[in-house]
Design a protein around this ligand. Structure first.
Ligand SMILES: Cc1ncc(COP(=O)(O)O)c(C=O)c1O
Length: 384
């Protein structure tokens, strides 16, 4: 592979707004102040001041009280994604529901746990609930109701779609009707650009089966490896029982809690402003370069644009050609719950420089044109 100069592959936060000095200052003060905590094991729930800061983050966004005692710090939200499945699964072959296109890390973890994933197609408003209902009915008659429903409701990875509140309520209704826990992954929830902020499932319904996951990777930095689960007992205890890693890194947690001592919003909002400019630039270049060939999402938050490409393109050849010209993206197949070859690709714009976006998108456009086997314009108008 030649050198990648335009890496639209991975969903990383904005390097320009990484707060070096503020984190340095926070580190100096917490190493001194927290020497006792640092010389001890953190316990399963983790460092309390970070749990308090994240409970405040949640209740500020959702407008409902959030108990730091119900929040467990994890090694990135990826640990929580895995832990939840381990706790809810009884045996290999158990069923779980995922979106047809989902986060590859989740899909890989669930494959390795030998969960039988059933994918639900997506629309512009997230999971199609009529299909979900039929699927739950079918699974119920087959006596293999899913152990849980995993959903990325807000700025979904990879499609960027957000489920409106009304559909969330319907989803809650179905989960209750079939008595299946809902696992909401809100990894991108605070990477918000415009429009209303849709409520989290736990803010709409107090069913103690719901599990909520969130992260610091997308608003601060993935290298911190900090995420969290929010769940009510006894579900929380069930998750804690599966945890055998002696807890999360207190030093990282203490630095971040100190950095956020006045809340997360000032830094998050400035990061979002920079990210929004990159989203706008990517969208405007797609419009000028590719409107006759492709259709794509217009996400109001998150780090991804989901692009539908013409059916006559060989996905493998397109990726190889793009890579040979220094452009990288993740192909649709990476996100499909059964690794199906689907005519999509995902562009992640968050960590790129403006100049890389400006130079990169025309390269992708040229590769797409060359990969076509016909000269016809696209024969579809919608993303799904
Ligand atoms: C939907 C989703 N969930 C979870 C994760 C895991 O993130 P982390 O472990 O860095 O918190 C990611 C990372 O990209 C993601 O996209």
């Amino acid at each position: 592979m030649s050198r990648i100069l335009y890496d639209f592959g991975s969903g990383r936060s904005n390097p320009e707004t990484f707060p070096v000095k503020a984190l340095q200052d926070a580190a100096v003060s917490v190493i001194e102040r927290e020497r006792e905590a640092l010389n001890d094991y953190p316990g399963k729930l983790g460092y309390l001041p970070l749990r308090e800061a994240m409970a405040k983050r949640e209740s500020d966004r959702e407008g409902v009280p959030v108990d730091p005692g119900h929040l467990m710090i994890t090694n990135g939200s990826m640990q929580a994604v895995t832990l939840v499945a381990e706790a809810l699964q009884n045996a290999p072959g158990d069923t779980c529901i995922v979106e047809e296109f989902s986060y590859p890390g989740t899909l890989a973890a669930y494959r390795s746990l030998k969960l039988d994933m059933v994918g639900i197609p997506l629309s512009e408003e997230g999971m199609k609930l009529d299909v979900l209902e039929q699927t739950l009915e079918r699974l119920s008659t087959e006596n293999r109701l899913p152990k849980f429903i995993y959903t990325i409701t807000t700025y979904q990875n990879p499609t960027g779609m957000t489920m409106p509140a009304a559909r969330r309520r319907e989803l809650i209704g179905l989960a209750r009707q079939f008595n299946v826990p809902l696992v909401e992954d809100n990894c991108y929830g605070d990477v918000h650009y415009e429009g209303p902020v849709e409520p989290a499932i736990y803010a709409l319904d107090d069913d103690p089966q719901h599990i909520y996951l969130c992260s610091l990777s997308k608003i601060l930095a993935p290298g911190l490896r900090l995420g969290y689960v929010l769940a009510q007992p006894p579900m929380l205890e069930k998750l804690m029982d599966r945890r055998h890693d002696a807890g999360s890194n207190t030093l990282a947690a203490a630095i971040v809690a100190e950095f956020y001592r006045n809340g997360i919003w000032e830094h998050t909002n400035s990061g979002n402003e920079a990210l929004k400019a990159k989203r706008d630039l990517t969208l405007s270049l797609l419009a000028s370069e590719l409107s006759d060939q492709c259709v794509w999402s217009h996400p109001v938050g998150g780090l991804f644009i989901w692009v539908r490409i013409p059916d006559d393109i060989n996905g493998k050849t397109l990726l190889e050609t793009a890579n040979s010209r220094g452009f990288h993206y993740l192909p649709g197949i990476s996100f499909h719950y059964q690794n199906a070859k689907v005519p999509y690709l995902r562009l992640a714009f968050g960590h790129l420089k403006k100049e890389q976006i400006e130079a990169g998108i025309p390269i992708l456009a040229q590769c797409i044109r060359e990969a076509r086997t016909s000269n016809e314009p696209r024969n579809f108008d919608s993303l799904f």
